[in-house]
Design a protein around this ligand. Structure first.
Ligand code: BES
Ligand code: MN
Ligand code: ZN
Length: 495
């Protein structure tokens, strides 16, 4: 999909479709007014007849509008102009793309970026428009035997800016958004693949492939024997029941100043989570193929950062395993010594994410990190607490947490912070080992983070629980690519 920035009058555009906003109550946007003038009041007559009120979510496609060089005009309802905000702008762009796909147009010229959104500049508006368009055009057809060729699909979108002075900012925004979208596509593709294809070895091969594509990404894959030597018994205990070998993947992208400490991203890569011996109920168990979305988002961010050539030092660490029951699987009550030296009693083999993350977090200390951010589909409790809207955020350093919250607000890929107070720590007490791997039903997202916090004492750390946000269920089941946008904005803000 190609995006182009232009500035110019709508009546002069030779295109399959002009896209313009109509606000409530029946108020023409600037571009709509220009079309109205060129067409001898075609739009104002239509609006007066009541065919388009300008309500948010409305749309209307017009053919043969006189006085124009365009084949069609698409009117998009924007709601009241003074109520326009981030969320409404996203909805407006989304509506325009969904409606555009219903027409035969393969290209279009959109005047929606001219809308005034409180506190947002052209860079933000173009970034959002490109990212949302790419998001909605995404299709996962790898496993369809007959690729349904959509009649003719959209392949070129011109986004207009009100003045020539904004062309440069617009171009830069497109470049950023395209790089981010590329990373998001990788994340979604990996996550959507079934677990019989997307195994730990597959993730390792995909990381190697990134290393081949981008020469400043250096990839290393630790195998079971090396992990055993490092004392990663907790990570290895999770893969004990699986025929798929575990991997610890590291990706180093060092393109910042030599003396600047790296950002380390750690992604949970459970390629399928049956629960192990503490086996999960059958309903919706297929969705546990998405239990590697944290890993997929780390690979997506590495890809996007390398694609944009950002001047930063970034390291990805991906512990990846399959969690299966078998005669060799870990059993409830089993005790392991983690790489940190602390011991863990595994009371529930379904609380496996924290067991692979703890060793990966200890390992991450080797990079002398500026910050460590882990990303994990960690707890069902997070979905109960925040639904599928916000990613859960916990950590040990409030400036880092605030930066992540701000990056989420900017991109619409939002997170919400939960407390990580000492009062919760004792829920992990075990009579037999230094800690248990579960803290009971109450505050499940918090006790999971409490567990991780015991392995992150030596650096600034934040944890993103994406159990509710990494994929959608139901008819539109599939990976969302979250929280790649949030993480990319966090990184861009540091550059
Ligand atoms: N991968 C799951 C968490 C999960 C469940 C994410 C449902 C998205 C939807 C994780 O490994 C898990 O099973 N967590 C348990 C922890 C419990 C045993 C303490 C959970 O949330 O039930
Ligand atoms: Mn589990
Ligand atoms: Zn899991």
């Amino acid at each position: 999909m190609e995006f182009i920035i232009k500035s110019g009058n709508p009546e002069k555009q030779r295109t399959a479709c002009l896209i313009v906003g109509i606000c409530e109550p029946r108020r023409l946007s600037t571009a709509a007014r220009a079309i109205d003038k060129a067409s001898s009041k075609h739009l104002s007559n239509l609006v007066r007849r009541g065919d388009m009120d300008g309500k948010l979510g409305q749309s209307l496609v017009l053919h043969n509008v006189p006085g124009l060089l365009a084949d069609r005009v698409m009117l998009i309802g924007c709601g009241r102009e003074r109520d326009l905000d981030d969320q409404k702008y996203r909805k407006i762009i989304e509506t325009s793309i969904k409606q555009l796909s219903q027409t035969g147009a393969t290209e279009a010229v959109s005047y929606l970026p001219e809308l005034n959104i409180k506190g947002r500049d052209i860079r933000w508006k173009i970034r959002q428009a490109v990212e949302i368009t790419n998001h909605h055009l995404y299709q996962f057809t790898e496993f369809k035997s007959k690729k349904k060729r959509e009649k003719k699909s959209l392949c070129r979108l011109v986004l207009t800016v009100p003045s020539r002075r904004e062309l440069t900012a617009g171009d830069l925004a497109i470049k950023e958004a395209q790089g981010i979208s590329k990373g998001i596509r990788l994340t979604r593709d990996l996550a959507n693949r079934p677990s019989n294809v997307c195994t730990p070895s597959h993730l390792a091969a995909q990381a190697q492939h990134l290393g081949k594509t981008y020469k400043n990404i250096k990839v290393n894959v630790l195998e079971r024997d090396e992990m055993r030597k490092l004392g990663m018994n907790s990570l290895l205990s999770v893969s004990a029941g699986s025929a798929e070998p575990p991997k610890l993947i590291t990706l180093e992208y060092l393109n910042g100043r030599k003396d600047s400490k790296p950002i380390v991203l750690v992604g949970k890569g459970v390629t399928f989570d049956t629960g192990g011996i503490s086996i999960k109920p059958a309903a919706a168990m297929d969705e546990m193929k998405f239990d590697m979305c944290g890993a997929a988002s780390v690979l997506g961010v590495m890809c996007a950062v390398a694609e944009l050539g950002l001047p930063i030092n970034l390291v990805g660490v991906i512990p990846t395993v399959e969690n299966m029951p078998s005669g060799t699987a870990t059993k409830p009550g089993d005790i392991f010594t983690t790489m940190s030296g602390q011991t863990v009693e595994v009371l529930n083999t379904d609380a496996e994410g924290r067991l692979i993350l703890c060793d990966a977090l200890t390992y991450s200390g080797r990079y002398n990190p500026d910050v460590v951010i882990d990303i994990a589909t960690l707890t069902g409790a997070c979905v109960v607490a925040l639904g599928k809207v916000a990613t859960g955020l916990l950590g040990n350093h409030s400036p880092l947490a605030n930066d992540l919250l701000a990056a989420g607000e900017y991109t619409g890929d939002r997170a919400w912070q939960l407390p990580l107070w000492d009062e919760y720590q004792s829920l992990l007490d075990s009579p037999f080992a230094d800690m248990a791997n579960i803290g009971g039903r109450d505050g499940g997202t918090i006790t999971a983070a409490c567990f991780l916090s015991r392995y992150t004492k030596n650096y600034r750390w934040a944890h993103l629980d994406i159990a509710g946000t990494a994929w959608t269920s139901g008819a539109d089941k599939g990976a969302t690519g979250r929280p790649v946008k949030l993480l990319m904005q966090y990184i861009l803000d540091k550059c």
